[in-house]
Design a protein around this ligand. Structure first.
Ligand code: AMP
Ligand code: MG
Length: 401
């Protein structure tokens, strides 16, 4: 058996990195920026009103109760270029340009219309600059607004939109193909014949890929037959940047994925000192990375979490490839046996203001038992030994972190 870190290091050392492409901003969430993005515009583009009210000359309203002539109305989008002279004001909406001559906004709440709105009474004095958002107070030309290597989040997209960016150069989104293998597997619902199993791994792995920001490609269900498996893998790697298979990589008589990959790929078979998800295969087929995940449903997802996901993120250009981890106090004993492996226990977490994170078993822990994983917020990391006692801190990998 090899250690998890060594298995991951091996995988990372062989992962090709995605090429740069220009994509529309709307398609760039979660992708890694290749070049610094430099602003060429001021944001805001001109001095504008921070609130609805009246654009005034502060000197005209230094006495409470001043009355001004309303000479124009400026909506957001108007050029607002009518000058405001002494004793004059413009009705103005949030975001509209400050007209020449005005230097403050009297918010609508401190004003009253006079003579049906021909004039306005300003109840309180207004300081120069009050209610004015200055041109360029967010971004100026030449500013690096997003640096190379940044993973684009929602805020970055809004920022890039605000400087008029329409496309951005990023590492191409990974297209990850997902394939199920096994004669016992049945697509979709409906009653099962004795011995059959609903194919659940593909559904879960496709969802896991999508949730991690990859483009998930459903490559279907393949029988335990060498020719079919070979054909599916070859067309999968031709169409995708990486492939996930589940099942057929352990020691059984019908584990043909293993046989096929050994023949057509440059693979390494691993027994990793973890539970669940001990068997794992990784290698390249026609240059594309292929992850041979175990078949047991919990194992396939834990294997994805611990090995495939970080590797696919690294290939996407990410430097932070690991889930967030927290320290949680276990609420009851989490017992285990000494077996030379690190155990990943599915736990539910709650957060207490004083005690921090509290962890308890999320349910059944068998590698075939999805009920526990379905309830889990994280995987508690239990080093080899006899487990942890109630009240002890344990490290938990957050599954949505
Ligand atoms: P294998 O690694 O192919 O021997 O499969 C190990 C276990 O995982 C067996 O009980 C399989 O029926 C089950 N299994 C394999 N693939 C899937 C799948 N796609 N969905 C649900 N269970 C599966
Ligand atoms: Mg099988």
């Amino acid at each position: 058996m090899i250690e998890l870190v060594d298995a991951l290091d091996h995988v990372l050392s062989r992962m090709p990195v995605q090429p740069p492409v220009d994509v529309a901003l709307a398609d760039a969430l979660g992708l890694v920026v290749v070049d610094d993005v430099v602003a060429t515009e001021l944001v805001p583009g001109w001095d504008n009103a921070a609130l609805d009210g009246f654009a005034v000359r502060a000197a005209d309203v230094s006495d409470p109760g001043s009355v001004l002539d309303v000479v124009t109305t400026i909506a957001a989008g108007d050029p607002g270029d009518t000058p405001i002279g002494a004793g004059q004001a413009a009705r103005i909406m949030t975001g509209a340009p400050i007209p020449p001559g005005a230097d403050a906004i009297a918010m609508v709440e401190i004003t009253e219309p006079v003579d049906g709105g021909v004039q306005v009474l300003v109840r309180r004095a207004v300081d120069r600059g009050a209610g004015v958002r200055r041109a360029g107070d967010d971004v100026s030309p030449g500013d690096v607004v997003v640096t190379a290597g940044t993973t684009l989040g929602i805020g970055h997209l809004g920022l890039l939109g605000s400087i008029g960016t329409s496309t951005v150069r990023v590492r191409r989104r990974m297209r990850v193909g997902v394939l199920s293998t096994g004669d016992e597997l049945v697509e979709g619902g409906g009653p099962l014949q004795r011995g059959q199993v609903h194919d659940s791994n593909r559904l879960a792995l496709l969802a896991a890929c999508g949730a991690s920001g990859f483009e998930a490609v459903d490559l279907g269900l393949v029988r335990d037959d060498e020719d079919s498996i070979e054909a599916a893998i070859r067309s999968g790697v031709a169409d995708c940047d990486a492939l996930l298979t589940s099942g057929g990589v352990s020691m059984g008589d019908f584990d043909f994925v293993k046989a096929v990959l050994a023949r057509i790929g440059d693979m390494r078979w691993m027994q990793i000192a973890i539970k669940p998800a001990k068997p794992f295969a990784f290698g390249l087929v026609d240059g594309a990375p292929v992850f041979g995940l175990p078949g047991n449903p919990v194992s396939s997802l834990v294997s994805f979490e611990l090995l495939a996901r970080p590797a696919l993120l690294a290939a996407s250009g990410r430097s932070a490839i690991q889930r967030r981890r927290v320290s949680a106090t276990v609420e009851h004993d989490l017992r285990r046996r000494v077996d030379g492996k690190v155990h990943f226990v599915r736990v539910a977490l709650r957060q207490d203001v004083e005690l921090g994170f509290l962890a308890r078993s999320a349910g059944a822990q068998g590698s075939h038992q999805m009920t526990g994983l379905a309830q889990a917020d994280g995987l508690a990391v239990l080093a080899d030994g006899d487990g942890v006692a109630a009240g002890t801190p344990v490290e938990v990998i957050l599954l949505d972190g």
